[in-house]
Design a protein around this ligand. Structure first.
Ligand code: TNX
Length: 509
C-alpha cells in the first residue's frame, strides 16, 4: 500500500465494511468504501418508537457514552434526522429478517438500523458496537476518532435457540456474575441462558413452600464452600435483566437423580425416610428421589408451580440425566408424570437426552449431550433436539492436558474443535429441521467464580454463538480465527478473562 493510502486510511478510519471483524459473522455485507463519523452532535433518533424500541436505543447510548464521551441522546422523531445521526426504527414486514434479524444501512451521513421486532434492533446494536474500535467497550473515557465503514448488512440467525448453560449448583455464582454472563451472551447475539439450579451439592432457588431446600440445602457447594441461593426476588431480577437483553432464562431442577441437596433437606423425599448428609464431592449418580412416594409428586408440583410463576420463558428443564440410582422401571413413569406437572403449570419440558427413554409429550425438547441413540429416539417420537454434544459443546471440557480448569471425561476441546462442527450434520439421523438450536453448558465442578469460568467460556463461546447464528456454508475456521484474534482486546476492554489459546494469533494493540 502506498504511504498516502496508509495515511488516508489512518485519517479516515475504516473503509471496508466487509473486512470488519464481527462475531457471529453477518449473513450478508456489502461495502461502499466510505465511512460514517460520530461527532458530539450525533444523537440516536427513534422513529415511531414503542417503549421497547426506545429502550434498545438507550442501551446503545449507554454502551457508547462512557468511552466516547459523545453524549449521545435518544430522541423521538417522525422523519429522517439530519445528517450525522443514527436512526433506529421498526420496518415494514421484511419476511427474510424474521423475528431476530436486522438491517444496518450505513452511509457517510447516517447509520440506519431497522428490524421487524425490537429483538432484531437489539442484535443490530451489538453489530454497531463491534464495528467501533475495541476501546469503545471500556468504561473510562477513550480517544476517538469514532468511525464506522459504510455499506449494508442484512443479518438473521439460522437457529432460534442459541444458548449457554451455567451450573450454579456445583459452585454458586452471585447475581452480579450471572448478569455479567448475560451481558456477554447478548454481545454475541445469543438468546438463552439455562440455569442449572439444583444438584447433589446445592439447591439454589428459594421455594417458599419447602424453605429448607435453601435454608439447609443451599448452604454448601463443591469443596465445602458456603454455597448460596437466589431468593425469588433475585431470580426475578435476573430474569428481567435477561429480558432487557432479549435473553430467555430457562430454569432447571434436575431430577430424579442429582437431588442430594433436596434429600438432605427433607427426610420424607428419601426411600429410607431418613435425610442424607450434605455433599461436597464431585461424583455423580448416587442420589434419587423416592419415585413411589406421593409426597415426591407434591414436592415436584410445588417446586414447578413456584418456579413457573416467576419464569416468563416457555420452558422448565427437568434434568433427567445420570439417574443411575433410579431403576428404569421407576424412571419412566416418574419422568412421564413430571412432564404432566410442567405442562399443568403452562410450561414446556426440556430434559437431558435420557428423557427420550420415556413417552415424550408433544412439545418436549430433548437436549442431546451424551448418547446420540437417545436423541434419535426423541426424533423418532417427533421431538425437537437441542444440540449440546459433550465432545464439542461442553465449555467445562479442558482445552488440552495443560488447562488450568475443567474436566476431560468427554474430550479435550481446543478453540478450533469447538468451532469446527455443524449441528445439522453431526448425527446423520438428526437433521436441521429436527434441531431447535445449540447450547453450550458450563458445569462448575472446577470453577467457583466468573473470573475462573471466563477461562473456560472465552473464547469458545464466540464460536458457539457463530454456529448458532451463521449459516454453516459461510463458516470456515481459517477465516474465523482471524476475526477471533481481534476479540482478545475486546474481551480485555470488557474486563472479561479468557484463555489465550495458541491456535489463535491474538492481535496486540
Ligand atoms: C455430566 S452433562 C453431567 C453433569 C456433570 C458434567 C461434567 C450432564 C447432563 N450431566 O452432572 O457436571 O458431566 O462435565
Amino acid at each position: 500500500m502506498a504511504l498516502t493510502a496508509i495515511f488516508s486510511q489512518m485519517a479516515c478510519g475504516p473503509s471496508s465494511l466487509s473486512k470488519e471483524n464481527i462475531i457471529p459473522k453477518p449473513v450478508s455485507t456489502v461495502s461502499t468504501g466510505d465511512s460514517f463519523g460520530f461527532t458530539d452532535q450525533t444523537d440516536i433518533y427513534v422513529q415511531g418508537g414503542s417503549y421497547e424500541v426506545n429502550q434498545v436505543a438507550q442501551f446503545l447510548a449507554d454502551r457508547l457514552n462512557p468511552s466516547t464521551g459523545l453524549g449521545l441522546d435518544v430522541k423521538p422523531t417522525d422523519q429522517n434526522p439530519v445528517s450525522g445521526n443514527i436512526l433506529i426504527a421498526l420496518s415494514e414486514n421484511d419476511s427474510i429478517l424474521g423475528d431476530e434479524g436486522y438491517q444496518l444501512t450505513i452511509t457517510n451521513e447516517m447509520i440506519k438500523l431497522t428490524a421487524n421486532k425490537a429483538a432484531g434492533l437489539f442484535h443490530g446494536v451489538q453489530t454497531i458496537r463491534q464495528l467501533l474500535p475495541a476501546r469503545v467497550e471500556s468504561t473510562s473515557a477513550q480517544k476517538g476518532p469514532w468511525k464506522i465503514a459504510t455499506g449494508t448488512i442484512r443479518d438473521y440467525p439460522v437457529y432460534g435457540y442459541r444458548g449457554a448453560m451455567l451450573d450454579v449448583a456445583r459452585h454458586f455464582f452471585e447475581v452480579e456474575e450471572v448478569k455479567s454472563y448475560i451481558d456477554q451472551l447478548a454481545y454475541y447475539k445469543m438468546n438463552v441462558l439455562h440455569l442449572h439450579l439444583s444438584d447433589d451439592q446445592g439447591w439454589r432457588i428459594e421455594i417458599k413452600s419447602w424453605p429448607r431446600l435453601t435454608e439447609f440445602g443451599g448452604k454448601t457447594e463443591v469443596g465445602g464452600g458456603v454455597g448460596g441461593f437466589y431468593t425469588q426476588e433475585q431470580y426475578s431480577d435476573i430474569v428481567k435483566y435477561a429480558q432487557q437483553r432479549y435473553i430467555t432464562i430457562i430454569p432447571e431442577i434436575d431430577m430424579p437423580g442429582h437431588t442430594n441437596a433436596a434429600l438432605a433437606s427433607y427426610p420424607e423425599l428419601n426411600l429410607s425416610g431418613k435425610a442424607t448428609e450434605l455433599y461436597t464431592g464431585v461424583e455423580v449418580g448416587f442420589s434419587s428421589l423416592a419415585t413411589h412416594k406421593e409426597v415426591t409428586y407434591q414436592f415436584v408440583d410445588d417446586v414447578i408451580r413456584e418456579l413457573a410463576a416467576i419464569t416468563p420463558g416457555p420452558y422448565i428443564h427437568i434434568g433427567g440425566d445420570e439417574s443411575h440410582s433410579t431403576a428404569i422401571e421407576d424412571y419412566i413413569p416418574f419422568v412421564n408424570r413430571v412432564q404432566d406437572i410442567v405442562i399443568s403449570h403452562g410450561k414446556k419440558v426440556l430434559g437431558w437426552d435420557e428423557i427420550a427413554l420415556t413417552t415424550l409429550k408433544s412439545n418436549t425438547v430433548v437436549q442431546y449431550w451424551a448418547k446420540a441413540e437417545n436423541a434419535i429416539k426423541g426424533v423418532q417420537q417427533g421431538a425437537k433436539v437441542l444440540m449440546s454434544p459433550a465432545t464439542k459443546a461442553y465449555i467445562d471440557m479442558q482445552y488440552d492436558s495443560l488447562s488450568t480448569y475443567g474436566l476431560h471425561w468427554a474430550a479435550y476441546i481446543e478453540v478450533d474443535k469447538a468451532y469446527n462442527w455443524d449441528p445439522a450434520t453431526l448425527v446423520p439421523e438428526i437433521k436441521q429441521e429436527n434441531i431447535i438450536g445449540i447450547e453450550a453448558p458450563l458445569w462448575s465442578e472446577t470453577v467457583s467464580n466468573f473470573q475462573e469460568a471466563g477461562y473456560l467460556i472465552f473464547p469458545r463461546l464466540l464460536g458457539y454463538a457463530e454456529i448458532g447464528w451463521t449459516p454453516a456454508s459461510m463458516r470456515n475456521w481459517k477465516e474465523y480465527k482471524v476475526r477471533l484474534a481481534h476479540f482478545g482486546e475486546r474481551m480485555q476492554a470488557m474486563n472479561v478473562s479468557y484463555y489465550p489459546s495458541k491456535v489463535v494469533k491474538w492481535e496486540k494493540y
